[in-house]
Design a protein around this ligand. Structure first.
Ligand code: HPA
Length: 251
């Protein structure tokens, strides 16, 4: 345990560090769930203590279904974080969620399977039935949206995140189904992370970075999605993300 952390940021695909973090120290807390994806980097940003963790590891070595989501969140909590901003690289499905759009989503649908998705795994642990009607913490969402406005960065307010299993991308039929279900964006890491954050009592919001049109969703339905395009679009959006993070901790 240590000093309070003002904000913890979890970086997704293409976001492996917070460039603006200063005086950074690395911590690798022992969690009840084993090791996190990598070190928690703690430093100062705009005079506040901020922690950063690369969800897939700093060299992107952990695929979405193998991430120890429990350990990642517990590690952030153990270093003193109470609120977590998840950066999620996603594909866009509906109009308004095209490449390079940032969205502070407000709903999700979980299509993942076979992941350790709750703290109530081990015999003898308390059975938790958390309320999850609002899967993202409304006050933190509001703070993110206000920060974006102050920073002059456009962010879509709301949207439904479909969490798929990966690591492969989806078929066109799968994306058509997600669209019918009401999903606006699709990613592979939104769950169980959001549910575990709630079980742990952490405030949690997602800033989803649209990196590509999901399969069949864009103007060229047979377009092939490449990692190069994904990374280029995340890189293009990263300056805006950094400004939002700064405005959020400055508040
Ligand atoms: N599908 C799922 N996850 C993603 C995508 C996608 O199209 N793009 C970035 N992460």
């Amino acid at each position: 345990m240590s000093n309070q952390i003002d904000l913890a940021v979890i970086g997704g695909t293409g976001v492996y560090a917070l460039a603006e973090l200063e005086n950074v120290e690395a911590r690798t807390p022992d969690t009840p769930y084993g090791p996190a994806s990598g070190p928690v980097r703690i430093g100062t940003l705009a005079g506040r203590r901020v922690a950063f963790l690369a969800r897939h590891g700093e060299g992107h070595s952990v695929p979405p279904h193998r991430i120890n989501y429990r350990a990642n969140l517990a590690a952030l909590q153990q270093v003193g974080a109470r609120r977590v901003l998840a950066l999620n690289t996603v594909g866009g499905i509906t109009e308004g969620y095209g490449p390079r759009v940032l969205a502070c989503v407000d709903q999700l649908i979980d299509y993942t399977w076979g992941r350790v998705s709750t703290l109530c795994e081990e015999p003898g642990t308390e059975v938790l039935h958390i309320d999850f009607g609002e899967p993202y913490t409304p006050v933190l969402r509001r703070a993110v949206l206000d920060a974006a406005e102050r920073a002059g960065v456009a962010v879509v307010d709301g949207g439904c995140y479909g969490a798929t299993q990966g690591p492969r991308l989806e078929t066109r039929a799968e994306i058509a189904r997600l669209r019918r279900d009401g999903c606006d964006v699709v990613g592979m890491t939104g769950m169980p992370e959001a549910g575990l954050a709630r079980e742990l009592g952490l405030d949690y919001a997602s800033l989803s970075i649209v990196a590509n049109w999901a399969s069949g969703a864009g103007p060229q339905p047979d377009e092939v999605i490449t990692l190069d395009d994904v990374l280029a679009n995340v890189a293009a959006a990263s300056a805006g993300v950094a400004r939002i993070v700064r405005a959020l901790v400055e508040a």
